[in-house]
Design a protein around this ligand. Structure first.
Ligand code: RRO
Length: 310
């Protein structure tokens, strides 16, 4: 079957990428993703200055997923911009540069530097980091989202996507979509982790991660229904020119199929990529093809967004 996807003339051999954050902080890790059968690679969200992130333990596997409060550890914006430009020179366009400034001004500074650089690829503005103490998520403040897009599109003419937090009220999808539809966004990526969950260790009667007194973002199987709902809700509301990346609870070909059926163009794997590593990309892609063959679908467009209601 044909698993190819193109987003604004940028081509991906298949729709399955890593999600920002997991095994993508160093160039060694990014090289391993690109050397695998993954459709492409996403860089760890960058801040202008390098950061060590929060104190450890800051990520923990849970029975049906994960909890993390990494606190944006990364090698700094220049490190990732250099990497994606070097990949572009080598002929690889299947990358996404993720940025997560600690303020709107910092995000605009990074976007200006990208605009001034030779990088022509996808840029993912992460408005949904739940784990920097004292900073609320821009993605839950729709006026702030409108302000940053208005400012960004006065000078930025590259391919800009937004990484969004999960929403839980249908009015939120209506209000945010009305804002997003006013701008030439390339895509939205739903969802980031469900912020500020809490897990308990029965034996020790403690929390399981140290930062933020144990509160952290939830990923994995726990979040798949919320991810599917966010993809579906945005696909029904956003201008068709705005593509959708589905992230949340993917560990099998069936999960990928469900994301695409709800409207995803590309998908990303976070939690499950941690323990399984790069072999996960070939496994889930093979599983997706098996489902497609059984159903008689030859391309992703045959079923993308075609979820039926009853
Ligand atoms: O680094 C993190 O703590 C983190 C980020 Br930036 C994010 O966007 N989502 C997440 O679950 N963790």
């Amino acid at each position: 079957s044909n698993l190819q996807v193109s987003i604004n003339d940028i081509n991906f051999n298949n729709p399955v990428l890593n999600a920002a954050g997991v095994r993508c902080q160093s160039t060694t890790e990014l090289d391993a993703i690109l050397a695998s059968t993954a459709g492409g690679a996403v860089t760890k969200s960058a801040t202008l200055q390098p950061r060590n992130g929060n104190e450890t333990p800051r990520m923990q596997s849970l029975p049906f997923g994960s909890i993390n409060s990494m606190g944006l550890p990364n090698y700094g914006f220049d490190y990732y911009l250099d990497y994606v430009i070097n990949q572009q020179i080598a002929g690889n366009q299947n990358l996404i540069l993720s940025i997560a400034g600690l303020s709107i001004a910092e995000n605009l500074t990074m976007l200006r530097q990208i605009q001034a650089s030779d990088y022509q690829g996808l840029v993912e503005l992460n408005l949904s980091c739940p784990n920097v103490a004292g900073k609320s998520q821009v993605g839950y403040d729709f006026e702030a989202v409108a302000d940053i897009l208005a400012a960004a599109f006065t000078f930025f003419d590259g391919h800009l996507g937004l990484k969004l937090p999960p929403y839980f009220d249908l009015n939120q999808f209506d209000e945010l979509s009305a804002i997003l539809n006013q701008y030439p966004l390339t895509y939205v990526n739903s969802i980031n982790s469900i912020g500020n969950g809490l897990a308990v260790d029965l034996d020790t009667e403690t929390v399981v991660i140290k930062p933020k007194a144990g509160f952290g973002g939830i990923g994995g199987d726990y979040v798949k229904p919320t991810a599917l709902a966010n993809i579906r809700a945005f696909r029904l509301r956003l201008n068709p020119a705005i593509k959708i990346i589905g992230t949340g609870g993917i560990s099998s070909g069936q999960d990928v199929f469900e994301h695409i059926l709800c409207g995803a163009d590309l998908v990303q794997i976070g939690t499950a990529f941690g323990p399984e590593g790069t072999p996960i990309f070939e496994r889930v892609t093979d599983e997706l093809e098996t489902i497609m063959v059984a159903k008689g679908y030859r391309s992703l467009a045959d079923f993308r967004g075609k979820l039926k209601i009853i």
